[in-house]
Every structure is written in C-alpha cells, then in structure tokens.
Unconditional design. Structure first.
Length: 180
C-alpha cells in the first residue's frame, strides 16, 4: 500500500508540487490547492506540500516524517517537503499543525527542517484551518532568518504572557515545606 501511496503522491507533486488526499477535500478546496500551488511555485527552493490523512497506527505510524522520508527515498527530488500531521483541525488549545523535512537544500542537513522556528511560528499562531497553516508555513520559509527569529521571539513572549495571565502563580519562589 505504501508504494502505491508514494507513487500517487509523487505523480501529483511532479505536476504542481501539491498533493491533497481525496478524503481531505472538504478541508482543502480546489481553490485552496490552486493558491498553494501558486505560492510554492514562487519559493526559492523547490517546495512540495502533502495533505495526508495521518492516523496513529497507519502505514506511516501517524507521522509526517515517515511518509516524507519514504517519499524522498523512493523519489529523491531535492527540496522542502511540508505535510499535515494528525492534527488536521484546530482544538480549544492549539491550531492545525504542519511538519516538514528538507533534502538536498544548499547549506542545510537532510532531514528535519533546519530551523525549528518555522513550524513553531505556525503552531504559536494557532491557525484554524489547513490552507492557512500550510500557506503561512510557506511564507515563514521564505522569511530572512533574522526576521523569522524576531517573529518567533515575539510570539513566544506573547504566549508566555497569555499563559501567566491564565495561570497566575500562587506564591513567588519555591514551594515551602509547609505546603507539602
């Protein structure tokens, strides 16, 4: 099954760099797909987007990294590969999540995206749907590293302030032995 999946994904990626699994068409319309295709066509490095219905225990262990690594091993096209995760829809606590791998990108090691802040920014922004999360990931990929670092720091600071406002500390300093 995996070989057939990979062949189908690769065939579509060679046409327009975006693959949307038919079962997820309700989450990514044809217009959304066309917009992503236009966006990735403008990136500095070849960029591929895979929208896949991951589930825990599936052929890929529910992991985008497994599918993307197998895809690149079977069809070794250099570039940045982005994918959905098992979190396809936003929850009360987090937004849609995106994962990625890179292969043959100049100055970068193969495997995980070289800059953790790329997917972290998208996570911290808590995108409510797949098209916006994927589009934003492509935008962040194209940012200058200093700009990306500054945005990441701002979002982390904002997230920390929100967390502390929602979870005020009862005492300052370490808990006293009387509290135990």
């Amino acid at each position: 099954m995996a070989d057939q999946d990979l062949a189908e994904i690769h065939e579509e990626l060679t046409v327009d760099h975006v693959y949307v699994h038919p079962s997820l068409r309700s989450l990514v319309s044809e217009a959304d797909e066309a917009a992503l295709e236009d966006q990735v066509a403008q990136t500095a490095d070849p960029t591929y987007v895979v929208v896949w219905p991951f589930r825990s225990g599936d052929t890929y262990g529910g992991k985008a990294s497994d599918l993307l690594t197998r895809l690149h091993h079977a069809y070794p096209e250099p570039g940045i590969y982005l994918s959905t995760t098992t979190q396809l829809e936003a929850t009360d606590y987090s937004g849609v999540r995106v994962d990625g791998r890179q292969f043959g990108v100049a100055g970068e090691a193969d495997g995980r995206l070289g800059d953790y802040s790329i997917t972290s920014i998208v996570d911290l922004e808590k995108h409510q749907d797949l098209p916006s999360a994927l589009s934003r990931t492509v935008e962040v990929l194209e940012m200058e590293p200093a700009e990306r670092d500054e945005l990441h720091d701002e979002l982390l600071s904002q997230h920390r302030k929100e967390y502390l406002a929602e979870n005020p500390r009862r005492t300052k300093g370490p808990p006293s032995s009387a509290a135990w």
